[in-house]
Design a protein around this ligand. Structure first.
Ligand SMILES: CC(C)(COP(=O)(O)OP(=O)(O)OC[C@H]1O[C@@H](n2cnc3c(N)ncnc32)[C@H](O)[C@@H]1OP(=O)(O)O)[C@@H](O)C(=O)NCCC(=O)NCCS
Length: 264
């Protein structure tokens, strides 16, 4: 269902102990020199690995398409959103990457509207409270980004866990939409309101025409991740596709076998 615009998500679970030094270095050889330099600058190896996996995901799309890997060029918009330059690709590919904790995910789709970054955005978050925080203290920091309606929904939830899940849906909607626009931090998050009880999204108080929002959940042992993909698909409707167990557009992989496959 709903793959008429060909949206897909590849999600990689990364656990440091499972990605050997040898694989990390072999993977690093596969990415372009700019990416290598950026990855090597990270102080924390985990951050380096997450960014490396993101770059290898982009490469994997080309590999799957049978496109020459030498032609891959990643450029960034003025606001820092990476996009693919490959003039021979028809249609072009729109993509976006997100990482949080053990998860790195990439959404990609044929680029149809608003190139070169094509209005695709993804955000994923691990659902948890930072240690020593309660929902109230947590929302003292992040609550400012919520609309009054969202704030009430979070606080009227039946339990702290439920409230937190509502919060992370709202947050990932805001991030995914902002990232699809490629605007980064300059966008006021309060302009996007997600009613997580009724699955209704508003931007500046109106339904955002032509947009689709795909919600998804992923489990990593006991950890729960929630994510949203925002995609401008054109037309006049607004669609919110709730998370379901049958998401054939979403594939999960583990980092060691993913990197091993890239290297082989
Ligand atoms: C985009 C942004 C909001 C993502 O923040 P985040 O939620 O902490 O991070 P995520 O893990 O979800 O996403 C990170 C990925 O988003 C992508 N990204 C970076 N800038 C982006 C932008 N402006 N729009 C969309 N995607 C962007 C990158 O692929 C990045 O991963 P990589 O560094 O490994 O390549 C944040 O990095 C940002 O605002 N960047 C732009 C900074 C800015 O506004 N600068 C002003 C310049 S005028």
């Amino acid at each position: 269902m709903l793959d008429d615009e060909g949206l897909r998500v590849w999600a990689v679970f990364y656990h440091q102990t499972l990605l050997s030094e040898e694989l990390y270095h072999a993977g690093l050889q596969l990415v372009d020199t700019d990416s290598q330099a950026r990855i090597k600058r990270f102080y924390q190896r985990d951050d380096a690995c997450r960014t490396l996996i993101g770059r290898l995901l982009i490469r994997a799309v080309f590999r799957e398409r049978g496109t020459s890997l030498e032609d891959i060029k990643i450029e960034t918009t003025q606001a820092g959103k990476p996009y693919i330059v490959a003039p021979e690709l028809n249609p072009p590919i729109g993509f976006n990457i997100t990482h949080d904790n053990a998860l790195i995910a990439m959404a990609f789709a044929p680029g149809v509207h608003n190139g070169p970054a094509f209005n695709v955005g993804i955000d994923v978050m691990k659902v948890r409270l930072p240690s020593q925080e309660t929902l109230s203290s947590f929302l003292q920091i992040f609550g400012e980004q919520l609309t009054p309606h969202e704030y009430n929904l979070v606080f009227s939830a039946g339990s702290q866990e439920e409230g937190l899940r509502h919060f992370f849906w709202m947050w990932t909607f805001k991030e995914a939409y902002t990232k699809a626009l490629g605007l980064g931090l300059g966008f006021d998050f309060k302009r996007v309101e997600f009613d997580s009880l009724h699955n209704v999204v508003l931007v500046d108080g109106k339904l955002p025409k032509g947009w689709r929002f795909y919600m998804f959940v992923l489990n990593d042992g006991d950890d729960l991740y929630q994510g949203v993909v925002a995609q401008y698909a054109g037309g006049i409707s607004t669609q919110v596709i709730p998370a379901s167990p049958h998401q054939d557009w979403l594939v999960t992989l583990d980092a060691a076998s993913f990197v091993r496959q890239a290297v082989d």
